[in-house]
Design a protein around this ligand. Structure first.
Ligand code: ARG
Length: 416
């Protein structure tokens, strides 16, 4: 068939080969889309490369602010950490790239979009699903899932067609990066028993190399969104960039995670996400001050659900809109400042304050000025425990001899 295919293009070998492979295989024009999400690559050079290889057009989109505003900060407000650890940098970028692909496909009258994901990962699911939910009429091509070329065959394919192969000796890792974090997998990392070699890290200092003196930073939030550092108001992107630099210098932000992929594989992933780690910690600390106990508990359940949804590629779903509506409402009073100390790989909250703080010193204090009504505690406990005490009276006490015996408490080694 002929027509136009819009390809998500990173500038690497796989998607470079894909430009020609798609064009030849489908007799199609290939239009590439490269999104700048803060991955620190020269997108203008990537565009030139796409055109040299034979793309009919090569689009570059500076999507950094869009990424922060519509993807990163909502996920931070939601407290979305996959399996409690991974701040989801890659997973959050996919729906945005898919959105840009679909938009470009519509503008160029394309019948298909394409991406360079393999058949083993989560990213193919995220791309395919996002595209299908945005426009079910579009076909999704994934050359890496279809061609059965080995790395050597791929290089030969590239050489035959004059596609430059990156000369820099590639590190034996698979890396994905954007301003919310860097992900490194494969190579020696595939043995989860082994400590990652220092060369996997680019954004964070080793504990041993980090400054001996701690740094203190104060993060300001408005309704759950970070707005300032040490009292200086900053746009989201600058704030993240600064924190990546500062926390990274102090060795903060390394995550070593054996994670459960959607496709059933466990994989060992290394993440570097200095700003994300600091901001999630700061944000959670502010919530301890500003959310009621009920809201805090319910929010934790929503956070876990939200993280799953992002990780599993269901960004463009009604459930996401529903959860988002809750989170936006829930975050109304999450405003204030959190102080953190960064020191040799650790990040600790050391202070928090909010105009909407529910913390009352008068209620909490053990010193003079205590406003807590101690006499109310007795009545409270009576009603609070009424059901449990009634159960003891009727069931557990009278029947204690007939109830199955509890296992004996464990004894320390070498005793009796
Ligand atoms: N495991 C992460 C995720 O599923 C990152 C995937 C991409 N990382 C990479 N190094 N290629 O979101």
């Amino acid at each position: 068939m002929s027509g136009t295919i819009v390809l998500a293009y990173s500038g690497g070998l796989d998607t470079s080969v894909a430009i020609r492979w798609l064009a030849e295989r489908h007799d199609a024009d290939v239009v590439t889309v490269t999104a700048d999400l803060g991955q620190g690559k020269d997108v203008a050079a990537i565009r030139e490369r796409a055109l040299r290889i034979g793309a009919r057009d090569a689009l570059v989109v500076d999507a950094r602010d869009m990424f922060v505003r519509y993807f990163v900060f909502p996920a931070l407000q939601a407290g979305a950490l996959y399996e409690g650890q991974y701040p989801l940098a890659t997973a959050l970028a996919r729906p945005l790239i898919a959105y840009l692909l679909v938009e470009a496909a519509h503008r160029h009258g394309a019948q298909a979009v394409a991406h360079g994901c393999t058949g083993k990962g989560n990213d193919q699911v995220r791309f395919d699903l996002a595209v299908q939910t945005l426009d079910p009429e579009l076909r999704v091509e994934a050359p890496m899932r279809q061609w059965s070329m080995t790395r050597d065959q791929e290089m030969a394919y590239a050489r035959e067609r004059g596609i430059e192969i990156p000369v820099t000796p590639a590190k034996p890792y698979s890396v994905d990066a954007n301003l919310w974090g860097r992900s490194i997998e494969a190579g020696v990392l595939e043995d989860p028993a082994l400590e990652p070699p220092e060369d996997v890290y680019e954004w964070t200092a080793a504990v041993e190399a980090a400054p001996a003196d701690a740094a203190t930073v104060r993060v300001g939030f408005a309704s759950g969104i970070p707005v300032s550092l040490d009292g200086e108001r900053l746009d989201g992107r600058s704030l993240i960039e600064r924190l990546n630099e500062l926390a990274g210098r102090h060795g903060v932000g390394r995550v070593d995670h054996v994670e459960n992929r959607l496709v059933g594989i466990k994989s060992r992933e290394i993440y570097e996400a200095p700003a994300a780690v600091v901001l999630h910690q700061a944000h959670a600390a502010l919530e301890t001050l500003t959310l009621t106990r009920d809201a805090f508990r319910f929010k934790q359940a929503v956070a876990a659900e939200y993280a799953e949804l992002i990780y599993n590629g269901k960004w463009f779903s009604a459930l996401h809109q529903d959860l988002m509506a809750f989170v936006q409402s829930n975050q109304r009073f999450v405003t204030g400042e959190v102080t953190l100390k960064l020191h040799r790989g650790t990040c600790r909250v050391v202070g928090r304050q909010s105009p909407f703080s529910l913390y009352s010193r008068a209620l909490a204090t053990y010193e003079t000025g205590d406003a807590f009504d101690h006499s109310a505690a007795v009545g409270f406990i009576r009603l609070y425990g009424l059901g449990t005490v009634q159960q003891a009276r009727v069931q557990t006490l009278p029947l204690r001899d007939q109830l199955p015996e509890l296992p004996p408490p464990p004894r320390p080694e070498g005793e009796g």
